[in-house]
Design a protein around this ligand. Structure first.
Ligand code: SAM
Length: 297
């Protein structure tokens, strides 16, 4: 930057070079607006180890100078280390009793420190890096605000696996997705004629920000919230996609009333099928029919 300003001053002082001034200014502008050296790619590697990664995500990992990893398993970290010599796990930032928001902020800071140091950084997340994940969105936003190149590469999310394993087409009757605790804490308008997918159900009612699991008492509160729209014997599915190629997905069907007593972990998602049929809107149908009569197809 200092050298560019210097070049500009030289041109300004030299009569012979005065006609070159616009070009010099143009060049200076181009140099000063070109992004600084560091860059960030947040990539997803899917859910099932080894088989979900896209060629683009692999390429970002292999060509980065530094790779950060927030993945589901130590085995996944070992697999990443075969692709790159400098893989730094951000998993140790989690700690018992520490607020999750603090952990996420530290993740973002660790990633951005390397971007600011001018490095080509790849941050690897399991699943899709933009789905129910705060840190990748935040890191990209901050990096861009500071003038660095930053983007997200999508990955296969647990949502994608859910559609495949449970045979759900979200377009057939619609599909609503909520974080379980947010669903409990706020009054949401549920449409029981569509699917309801509750994420982080193993953390149902966790509003303190520093616990990694909750239990039967919190799930009983969840049941009461669900009871506004679903009967207690309504069947739900606890779903966990296979994370290793040797595993089978968990697809456990049970009445909602049994939720408090079952084992759930951080990777479980609750899928609740529609409890009633789609309700036709006769008024809209009549208006559309009138339009069809007025304008011949
Ligand atoms: C912090 S979110 C991360 C989601 C991740 N970004 C994705 O694309 O799937 C964690 C939640 O995702 C869901 N999830 C993660 N892994 C899963 C799996 N193997 N099977 C089903 N749901 C999963 C669960 O609801 C879990 O509580």
């Amino acid at each position: 930057m200092v050298a560019d300003a210097f070049t500009l001053c030289l041109c300004w002082g030299m009569g012979r070079a005065r006609h070159r001034l616009p070009a010099a200014i143009k060049e200076h502008k181009a140099l000063s607006t070109s992004p600084p050296n560091g860059s960030l790619a947040c990539v997803g590697i899917g859910i099932t180890l080894g088989s979900h990664i896209t060629p683009l995500a692999r390429s970002h990992i292999q060509t980065a100078e530094v790779v950060f990893a927030v993945v589901s398993d130590g085995i996944v970290e070992l697999w990443l280390k075969e692709m790159h010599a400098d893989v730094r796990s951000l998993q140790p930032l989690y700690a018992e009793g520490k607020r999750r928001t603090q952990t996420y902020r530290e993740m973002v800071e660790a990633i951005l420190a390397e971007v600011r140091a001018g490095r080509r950084v790849c941050a690897v997340f399991y699943g899709h890096p933009g789905v129910f994940a705060w840190a990748p969105h935040r890191a990209i936003k901050l990096a861009r605000e500071e003038g660095y190149r930053a983007h997200m590469e999508p990955g296969i999310s647990s949502e994608d696996c859910l559609y495949a394993d449970l045979g759900i087409d979200p377009g057939s009757v619609g599909c609503q997705h909520f974080d379980t605790t947010q669903f409990m804490l706020y009054r949401r308008t549920v449409d029981p004629s569509a699917w309801l997918i509750l994420w982080q159900v193993g953390l149902a009612g966790e509003h303190t920000g520093h616990r990694f699991a909750t239990g039967a008492a919190q799930r009983r509160v969840l049941l009461d919230v669900l009871a506004r729209d679903y009967p207690p014997d309504h069947e739900a599915i606890v779903y966990r996609a296979a994370m290793l190629p040797v595993q089978a997905p968990r697809m456990e069907r049970l009445p909602l009333s049994r939720l408090p007593e079952i084992d759930l972990n951080g990777a479980d998602t609750l899928a609740i099928p529609p409890a009633r049929a789609l309700q036709p809107d006769d008024e809209v149908l009549a208006r559309l029919a009138a339009l069809d009569q007025a304008v011949p197809a």
